[in-house]
Design a protein around this ligand. Structure first.
Ligand code: ZN
Length: 199
């Protein structure tokens, strides 16, 4: 799929190999306190896919299959990739890069949207030299510099492009634990935590 359209309902539902999320918390440590009960991080479902038949997580799609998109600057995209790699590197055993892919699929906007003079989309952002090597705040629920920068621009009505983030995972050759030492398996459209063996 090369693009999505904002507000469309996509013609597939969550299932054993597909899950939707509409937040940016890769791991539990990135979930804000007030969301800890209701939202689940990506790591549980990606761990479950690895330990089952593989699968695909689409971020920026609602539970009911509607395209929402997530606005990301180039720095926030880099941040997200780094957080995902950092998460897989902390799985036990470490997940090698041949087992997963991360891609950003553009979300197209209905004609005329953001062109009303109040909001401006910045589709052609070129990185600033001083920002290229700045360290990102991973593993934290607190906003990173890249989030604060995006927020400041949003207040000036400048929005970065929106994306659906697609994270595909292959079936692992062995069983993995996530970065918190928990192990999941995929049910029909849920992630079941595995109890420790008692023998
Ligand atoms: Zn960042």
């Amino acid at each position: 799929m090369s693009s999505f359209r904002l507000g469309d309902k996509i013609d597939c539902a969550e299932g054993s190999c597909l899950e939707f999320k509409n937040h940016r918390a890769v791991t539990d440590s990135m979930l804000p306190q007030h969301k800890k009960g209701s939202a689940k991080p990506y790591s549980n479902v990606l761990n479950a896919f690895l330990n089952s038949d593989g699968g695909c997580l689409l971020v920026g799609i609602s539970d009911k299959s509607y395209v929402k998109g997530i606005h990301l600057t180039i720095y926030q995209k880099l941040h997200m990739r780094m957080a995902i790699v950092d998460m897989f590197n902390r799985f036990q055993p470490r997940v090698t890069k041949d087992l997963y892919t991360v891609s950003f699929i553009p979300v197209l906007r209905p004609e005329g949207e953001y062109n009303n003079g109040e909001e401006r989309l910045e589709d052609d952002e070129i990185p600033e030299d001083e920002d290229i090597n700045r360290a990102h705040l991973l593993r934290s629920e607190n906003p990173c510099w890249c989030d604060l920068q995006a927020k400041a621009r949003k207040e000036l009505c400048v929005l970065p492009p929106a994306y659906v983030v697609k994270i595909s995972v292959k079936k692992g050759e062995q069983l993995y634990k996530n970065e918190e030492g928990l192990q999941f398996r995929r049910g029909h459209s849920s992630n079941m935590q595995q109890k420790k063996a008692i023998w």
